[in-house]
Design a protein around this ligand. Structure first.
Ligand SMILES: N[C@@H](CCC(=O)N[C@@H](CS)C(=O)NCC(=O)O)C(=O)O
Length: 210
């Protein structure tokens, strides 16, 4: 099994963190986004969508889309479950992981991709080029602020994003927040006590350096 990834890619980091949490051995193959290796013919042979991460199985099957790779690895290596164990826990975890992705991760990505000078013509990742829409940046900031507000309300009620144990939903939320801090200058808001409590705890896990 090989994971094609990029060190600075938040989607790759979601998968690397999950691998580190589970303690499984997956070979990492770097793809250089700086030289646009993801758009090369050689990489498109592996993932025609021209994005990382992509997981190549030993039988040649390629699994792409970060949350799907995460789910596949969780099913394949069920020790240390990160998507729940019972049908109810699985559904609740998937619900919160999806919210973290759609309302947090995607909102931040939209802002960064429509603002960054180096992403002109690449406002949406993938095989098709899209021009930036600068007006979306302000709306993305509103979406990120609302994500922080909603997360604070959630974390006032529960220890971790999906409930009482660490899960894939925490990974996606943490990676989104670290990227918002680094690339969008939107860290956890001051005064968000529950989010700060959670962020401090999850940031202390060894997997964050993956
Ligand atoms: N839907 C994909 C999106 C993956 C994605 O956008 N990856 C980014 C890195 S975080 C990428 O490959 N970017 C290359 C580019 O912008 O051309 C997933 O969930 O894995």
């Amino acid at each position: 099994m090989k994971l094609y990834h990029a060190s600075g890619s938040p989607n790759s980091r979601r998968v690397r963190m999950l691998i580190a949490e589970k303690g499984v051995d997956v070979e990492l193959v770097p793809v250089d986004l700086g030289t646009r290796e993801q758009l090369s013919d050689a990489y498109r042979e592996i993932n025609p969508r021209a994005v990382v991460p992509a997981l190549l199985l030993d039988d040649g099957t390629v699994i792409a889309e970060a949350p799907v790779i995460m789910r596949y690895l969780d099913d394949t290596f069920p020790d240390v479950p990160l998507f729940g164990t019972t049908p109810k826990e699985k559904a609740v975890t998937a619900m919160w992981e999806r919210r973290a992705e759609l309302e947090g991760f995607a909102a931040i990505m939209e802002g960064v991709r429509n603002a960054a000078a180096g992403l002109k013509g690449r406002a949406i990742s993938g095989p098709h080029g899209y021009e930036q829409i600068p007006d979306l940046v302000e709306r993305s900031k509103q979406r990120v602020a609302n994500f922080y507000g909603d997360l604070e309300a959630r974390l006032k009620a529960v220890e971790f994003v999906a409930g009482d144990r660490f899960s894939a939903a925490d990974i996606t939320a943490l990676v989104a927040i670290d990227f918002a801090t680094r690339a969008f200058n939107m860290p956890v808001p001051e005064g968000a006590a529950a989010t700060t409590r959670w962020y401090t705890a999850v940031s202390a896990r060894p997997s964050v350096s993956a």
